[in-house]
Write a protein that binds this ligand. Structure first.
Ligand SMILES: Cc1cc2nc3c(=O)[nH]c(=O)nc-3n(C[C@H](O)[C@H](O)[C@H](O)COP(=O)(O)O)c2cc1C
Length: 166
């Protein structure tokens, strides 16, 4: 297998897994940020730990470097406009929080008002994985507002061009 073939197979298998896409938000030094993320997973049961991969190029990554907390939001499959706002626009050019409903959560972290569920978390560690940094989270609170009939997954936003160059 050539390296191009290896990459193509890997990309196809990961796309077929159809992972959930979530929105993470942060606040530091009075600056708010947030983006759509597919690189997310729980990584420990006891203690509860969750990992988010943030692209070093993103506005959200830069704000998150100085943040102590982060909020993770599950989207319903119908919330495509919220996905487009957070995944197709960059905070370098646009204040995304003027264009959505949110409230101020723990430590001033923006909490999106219309999502079915979310949790806030303390940032415990950061790992350099290459072009993304893994942010290790310890959950602290949140809300299960309603159970979404279907959560937003990769296939629904596969055509969305990332707002920030990857
Ligand atoms: C399907 C999809 C998945 C994405 N997954 C991630 C991700 O896991 N981590 C990340 O940092 N950016 C991810 N992005 C890209 C950011 O959401 C996008 O570049 C966003 O515009 C960055 O906004 P910001 O510059 O305000 O942080 C993804 C985008 C799409 C469309």
């Amino acid at each position: 297998m050539t390296s191009e073939e290896r990459t193509a197979v890997f990309d196809a298998v990961v796309a077929a897994a159809d992972y959930p896409v979530l929105v993470v938000t942060v606040q530091a030094d009075g600056r708010r940020a947030g983006c759509l993320v597919g690189f997310t997973t729980q990584v420990s049961i006891e203690p509860r730990r969750f990992l988010v991969g943030l692209s070093k190029r993103n506005h959200t990554y830069r704000v998150a470097q100085r943040a102590e907390r982060l909020a993770v939001h599950v989207l319903g499959s119908e919330q495509l406009s919220l996905a487009r706002l957070f995944g197709g626009e960059t905070g370098d050019d646009l204040d995304k929080f003027v264009h959505c409903d949110w409230t101020s959560g723990p430590d001033g972290v923006p909490v999106l008002s219309t999502v079915p569920s979310w949790f806030s978390a303390r940032i415990r560690d950061r790992y350099d994985f290459g072009d993304h940094v893994g942010v290790l989270l310890e959950p602290e609170g949140g809300a299960m507002v309603r159970r979404a009939a279907e959560t937003l997954r990769y296939h629904a936003v596969a055509d969305l061009a990332a707002g920030h160059a990857v």
